[in-house]
Design a protein. Structure first.
Length: 142
């Protein structure tokens, strides 16, 4: 299966959070994983926030950030997704950041896996609902 993973899934590869075990299994599952380049910046921001809040050490954040380039994903070019993501954001009235992942999923015929339950729930009743799967729901399908 082909999946687009969001930054929440990727952060679960680096630090222990609620669905980290599911994310770790996904990373080693042999599934075809994709992500927009935006994900690297979003992961960096999440690690900065965790360091700022004292959830991880500043040194650990730097070490973890260095591993982003080695994540088991095929990186997508954001510049080719921005127009589609903007259209989705306007139609769905949702921030463009999440819509970049959704645009990539649509472009490559994949399902977007997200750790963001609010986004997955917001997409569920829309025509995009089948293209978005919460990481917790993925755990139930494996």
């Amino acid at each position: 299966m082909r999946y687009v993973v969001d930054a929440g899934v990727a952060v679960n590869w680096l630090v222990v959070e609620e669905d980290a075990d599911v994310a770790q299994e996904l990373a080693t599952s042999g599934q075809e994983l994709h992500a927009p380049r935006l994900m690297a910046s979003e992961v960096a921001n999440a690690l900065w926030r965790k360091a700022r809040l004292g959830e991880i050490g500043r040194g650990a954040a730097g070490i973890l950030l260095a591993s982003v380039r080695d994540m088991p994903v095929h990186w997508g070019a954001d510049e080719t997704l921005s127009a589609d993501a903007a259209r989705l954001a306007l139609v769905l009235d949702h921030p463009i950041y999440d819509c970049v992942y959704l645009a990539l999923a649509h472009r490559i015929g994949a399902v977007m896996l997200t750790a963001d339950l609010r986004f997955a729930n917001a997409m569920a009743p829309t025509e995009h609902g089948k293209a978005v799967l919460a990481l917790a729901d993925y755990a139930r399908t494996r």
